[in-house]
Design a protein around this ligand. Structure first.
Ligand SMILES: NC(=O)c1ccc[n+]([C@@H]2O[C@H](COP(=O)([O-])OP(=O)(O)OC[C@H]3O[C@@H](n4cnc5c(N)ncnc54)[C@H](O)[C@@H]3O)[C@@H](O)[C@H]2O)c1
Length: 258
């Protein structure tokens, strides 16, 4: 029980990696506030956590909306009294060839993946400063470290997350708050189902082939699972990670080594 009685807040916790992190921290003894833009998904995960004997709260809302973000943080603090650990996990994928990428697609990708991390991080940090400690864990990607002809907005948004992680870590260290980021590789979630179908279309390949080719580039020879990411998330949230700050940690089977 590495997180006994800690209060965790996670965005985009309604499915995929976020859901797995929410359940994993609850298994380690945490109470969990679950945000998602899809209210029913957040509610379902909150129910699963309550069934495990922990306290939980569904906090539906859009991470790109400052007023909603402030309302959500206030709601979590009113319910649980504090926020010990915050996962900035909500994200969307974008896949369009660079020359066809629309301004709207660029703006929405940057809004959810980068601005959302800023807005939520700032609102939660203000609460953690009052507490004198806290841990913030952003979700970047190995996409932050490489280019991609079909995912230029996504990759740029994740590079922004890794950069913001360093700036937040510097700004918040004097307050006893650490800020780190997870950088998953290919993880088997709905996000990759969508990505594969888009890449197959652009590259004129049969469905499943783009994903297969990516997996062939993973030295460990397999896709990651949400549980592979959640185990690292729990570690970063625990006291064992007290001296880790401003880092982006790859969880990618060795696909990227920097
Ligand atoms: N799956 C991968 O291979 C992979 C790799 C690297 C990084 N990531 C990152 O991990 C995170 C989770 O991805 P996933 O694979 O679980 O994807 P997913 O699509 O399964 O889950 C993302 C969740 O975020 C929610 N969400 C989207 N926009 C939101 C908003 N504006 N406000 C609140 N919630 C919102 C969605 O409703 C969904 O429940 C994302 O940040 C993603 O970029 C995923």
């Amino acid at each position: 029980m590495r997180l006994e009685n800690r209060v965790v807040f996670i965005t985009g916790g309604g499915r995929g990696i976020g859901r797995e992190i929410a359940l994993s921290v609850a298994r380690e003894g945490a109470d969990v506030a679950v945000n998602d833009i899809e209210a029913a998904w957040a509610a379902a995960v909150a129910k699963e956590i309550e069934a495990m004997g922990r306290r939980s709260l569904a906090v539906p809302g859009d991470v790109t909306n400052k007023a909603e973000v402030e309302r959500m943080v206030q709601q979590v603090v009113e319910h649980f009294g504090r926020i010990d650990i915050f996962f900035n996990n909500a994200g969307i994928i974008q896949a369009t060839p660079f020359l066809d990428l629309s301004e709207e697609e660029w703006d929405r990708t940057m809004a959810v993946n980068a601005k959302g991390v800023f807005l939520c991080g700032q609102a939660v940090a203000r609460q953690m400063i009052k507490q004198g400690k806290g841990k913030i864990i952003n979700t970047s990607s190995i996409a932050s470290r490489i280019g991609n002809a079909y995912m230029s907005a996504y990759n740029a948004s994740k590079a922004a997350v890794s950069s913001l992680t360093k700036s937040m870590a510097l700004a918040l260290a004097p307050h006893g708050i650490t800020v780190n980021a997870l950088a998953p590789g290919i993880i088997s979630t709905t996000m990759w189902d969508f990505l594969d179908s888009r890449l197959a279309q652009f590259q004129n390949l049969p469905p499943g082939e783009p994903r297969k080719r990516r997996v062939q580039q993973v030295p460990l020879g397999r896709e990651g699972t949400p549980a592979d990411v959640a185990r690292v998330a729990v570690f970063l949230a625990s006291d064992d990670a007290d001296y880790i700050n401003g880092q982006t940690i790859n969880i990618c089977g060795g696909t990227v080594m920097s």
